[in-house]
Design a protein around this ligand. Structure first.
Ligand code: LMR
Length: 401
């Protein structure tokens, strides 16, 4: 008799972001504050559906007559529209393969799968720190990962010189994951000159960039946030990109993303698209349709597009305003400019300098939920609670941990 099938399995470690959500849900304190998973919230703590999305859904409800399969590659018009949003006119569209994927994570996984078959021996270099799910996605397809220095937690700045030094000694053919904008978890982005330096470095060292652009539109603007990716795309022969509509369209639960591959020529792009289609077919067969149909409807309709741009702009401005207020509140309460970096960050996230014990204390004593790496979702902090939040954090920082 063999062992029972499940006897060899161990329970996995808790997912640091998702487990926090479960703890929060179980917390009965009325004043609890969830700064964990990255969703945008209004002052009332709600994550409303965008009006442009509602409008597109009404149109779809009225016009759709079937729920037939969309095919493993998904909706090609959606993917073509996303290609445009992401790459703009940076390079020839015929060199880019695009595939509708279930969320940004689905796109990352499909691209990881493509990498694993195209270059199984490559190391995927991840920024330190990075999104807590990145390493697991590459490990799941058997790819090796390593980290390059990205963010200096003490100085609250990008460690660009160390980054270049480390990648300068990567093995030719390796892959480098970059956050296109709104670095998760630090909110610290590269500037244009740094992207140009990277393009040169990647060319010289024969490294392949893999850009995760899950937050396009949340930093400086839709085109501005894609500038780094476009600088690379204009100069390099090959590049991978994973984009997401979770944040910029607020379509979190609909799972809408796009896997994009820049190839040396249209023939190789077509092969990449076909290979990705095979991977999709064996993992989930076909992507969910509704969310991508919403995005396509918006991107193809001039009025809806204008409305969506306006809504996205107001979300971005609101987040930036919150950042400025948070930095100011820390300055007022602490008398130190140590927290000024919070105002200069981009997107939803920033890191607080807190130990694991202090992060636990924030939860136990104040009901404040912060990810274990010190990441806070600034977009989840109501303006009316900023002062109390700042006071709690400063109190915790005085405790002897
Ligand atoms: C986050 O980092 O909070 C988001 O990307 C959501 C997720 O799936 O973790």
């Amino acid at each position: 008799m063999s062992q029972p099938l499940l006897a060899a399995l161990q329970p996995p470690p808790a997912d640091p972001i998702l487990a926090l959500g479960s703890l929060f849900a179980a917390d009965t304190r009325p004043n609890k504050l969830d700064l964990g998973i990255g969703v945008y919230k209004d002052e009332a703590g709600e994550t409303p559906i965008m009006l442009s999305v509602k409008q597109a859904e009404r149109q779809l409800l009225a016009s759709r007559t079937t729920k037939r399969y969309v095919g493993a590659r998904g909706d090609r018009q959606f993917a073509a529209a996303m290609l445009d949003v992401t790459f703009g006119a940076a390079t020839e569209a015929s060199r880019i393969a695009s595939l509708q994927a279930p969320g940004g994570t689905g796109a990352l996984r499909i691209l990881a799968q493509l990498l694993a078959e195209a270059r199984p021996k490559a190391t995927v270099w991840l920024p330190s720190p990075t999104w807590l799910n990145h390493q697991a996605i590459f490990a799941a397809v058997g790819l090796k990962t390593a980290y390059y220095p990205y963010y200096d937690t003490e100085q609250s700045t990008v460690r660009f010189d160390s980054l270049c030094d480390r990648l300068g000694s990567a093995t030719p053919g390796d892959v480098v994951l970059l956050h296109g904008c709104c670095h998760n978890p630090s909110g610290a982005d590269l500037d244009e000159a740094q992207w140009r330096t990277l393009a040169t470095l990647f060319l010289e060292r024969d490294l392949i960039p893999f850009v995760d652009i899950a937050y396009q539109g949340f930093g400086r603007g839709l085109d501005e946030d894609a500038r780094g990716l476009r600088i690379l795309a204009a100069r390099l022969p090959e590049l991978l990109a994973a984009s997401s509509c979770s944040k910029n369209f607020g379509l979190y639960s609909e799972r809408v993303g796009c896997a994009l591959v820049l190839a040396r020529n249209p023939r190789e792009a077509e092969i990449a698209a076909a290979r990705m289609t095979v991977h999709a077919r064996t993992i989930y067969s076909m992507p969910p349709d509704h969310g991508a149909a919403i995005v396509r409807t918006i991107l193809e309709d001039v009025d809806l597009l204008t409305n969506w741009h306006d809504e996205l702009t107001s979300i971005r401005e609101d987040m930036n305003e919150k950042r400025a207020r948070l930095a100011e509140a820390f300055l007022q309460a602490s008398g130190s400019d140590e927290f000024a970096y919070l105002a200069y960050g981009f997107g939803m996230f920033s890191l607080l300098k807190l130990s694991r014990a202090q992060i636990e204390e924030a939860r136990a004593a104040f009901g404040i939920y912060i990810v274990e790496d010190g990441r806070i979702n600034v977009a989840g902090l109501p303006v009316a609670r900023i002062d109390a939040f700042v006071e709690s954090i400063l109190t915790i920082r005085k405790s002897p941990h």
